[in-house]
Design a protein around this ligand. Structure first.
Ligand code: MRU
Length: 365
């Protein structure tokens, strides 16, 4: 199966090179991170974003931190750093799972026998493994997604929200990965990409990926889904996930929940595409998922994307009166009852409920 040639995360000569997603689609330029602080900044400011990409970047952040240590950090110093990293963005569970997996390779009880060189090598190996693992999982997930569209080849019209493509992952993508693979399998696919206010991941990033790949796509504003589904053929909605609770409630980019309601009303199947790394079996339902609140200026202006010197990265555009208060939850939770199926690297979970999720991932805690 063909995979996207986009490389948003590169590890080169012990430096982390990230495609700066804040300046897309204006320019495709890379930034270099050499410390954990650089990595935290890149995640917080969303130079890198998307749950899997955040986790992989965080893993390289651990490698950068350890490479910068001249002596072995104590276990509590190491944990303090990892907590700082974890706090960079709270909603997606992928970063927490990555940190826990790294720590499980260096448990406290044997830490005194671990050398700094073991830690450095272990962190680099782990981060590179995550990069490879995510790409493999995305390709497997996308292959499984094909089974939902058995009439082949067919003319498919798919709505997606936010950006879940190569930019948000190690490559290929989750929801966009399914779309890519449908096209590669010979379907004629047309994408309706929600612009995804306020950060415009759909307009700036998904639209860019679709153009780069030559997949026919229309950009729509987030409030057009009702019109679209009542006037045109829509075969499915496919979105990604930042965290899936035990019962299947799914946190994803703000605007996903109303999209699921509109899809339900119109009888359009609504799929979530996500790997095991987005599952959180420690929480019973979506009410336990922390929702990141971001700056009001992301809602009140189009000029919130600024460079290090405060210069707008996009054209200036204030769209609300000075001093206007705004709410900016970055994610919402779609109840499991609105989700037709969860497309994973192991298969499709449907109906979406705790029994079926646990059956698909029996060893996941
Ligand atoms: O705020 P973002 O851009 O990090 O939000 C991204 C999303 O909500 C994606 O849908 C999700 O992380 C899945 S990406 C494969």
């Amino acid at each position: 199966m063909q995979k996207s040639g986009l490389k948003p995360i590169l590890w080169n000569d012990e430096k982390l090179i990230l495609l700066d997603q804040r300046v897309l689609p204006g320019s495709a330029s890379y930034l270099t991170a050499t410390t954990m602080e650089d990595v935290i900044h890149a995640i917080r400011e969303m130079a890198v974003r998307g749950a899997p990409a955040i986790a992989i970047t965080g893993a390289f952040g651990i490698a950068l931190y350890l490479n910068g240590c001249s002596s072995k950090p104590s276990y509590s110093e190491l944990n303090k750093k990892l907590t700082e990293l974890l706090e960079s963005r709270p909603t997606a569970v992928n970063l927490r799972l990555a940190i826990e997996e790294f720590l499980s390779r260096f448990p406290e009880k044997s830490y005194s026998q671990t050398t700094l060189s073991d830690l450095k090598n272990g962190a680099e190996t782990f981060a590179l493994f995550m990069l490879e693992e995510d790409l493999g999982n995305n390709l497997a997930l996308a292959r499984n997604g094909l089974s939902l569209f058995p009439n082949s080849p067919s003319d498919l019209h798919i709505v997606t929200h936010c950006n879940t493509g190569a930019l948000a992952t190690a490559g290929h993508g989750t929801a966009l990965g399914v779309i890519r693979s449908l096209r590669d399998a010979g379907h004629s696919v047309t994408v309706y990409a929600d612009e995804t206010r306020p950060y415009l991941q759909g307009a700036r990033l998904t639209a860019w990926e679709m153009k780069e790949e030559g997949i026919p796509a229309y950009l729509i504003t987030d409030n057009m889904a009702g019109w679209l589904m009542s006037t045109r053929k829509v075969d499915a909605v496919i979105v990604g996930a930042d965290r899936i609770a035990s019962n299947g409630d799914t946190a994803n980019k703000i605007g996903t929940y109303p999209l699921a309601i509109v899809a339900k009303h119109h009888g359009v199947p609504f799929y979530v595409a996500a790997t095991e790394k987005s599952m959180d079996f420690r929480i019973p339902d979506g009410s336990h998922i922390p929702i990141e609140m971001r700056k009001e200026s992301e809602v009140t202006t189009f000029s919130f994307l600024k460079d290090e010197n405060g210069k707008p990265l996009l054209d200036e555009g204030v769209i609300a009166p000075a001093g206007m208060e705004a709410l900016n939850p970055s994610f919402d939770v779609t109840p499991a009852s609105l989700i037709s199926g969860i497309i994973t690297e192991r298969g499709i979970v449907s109906p979406v409920n705790e029994t079926n999720l646990r059956k698909m991932f029996p060893e996941t805690t």
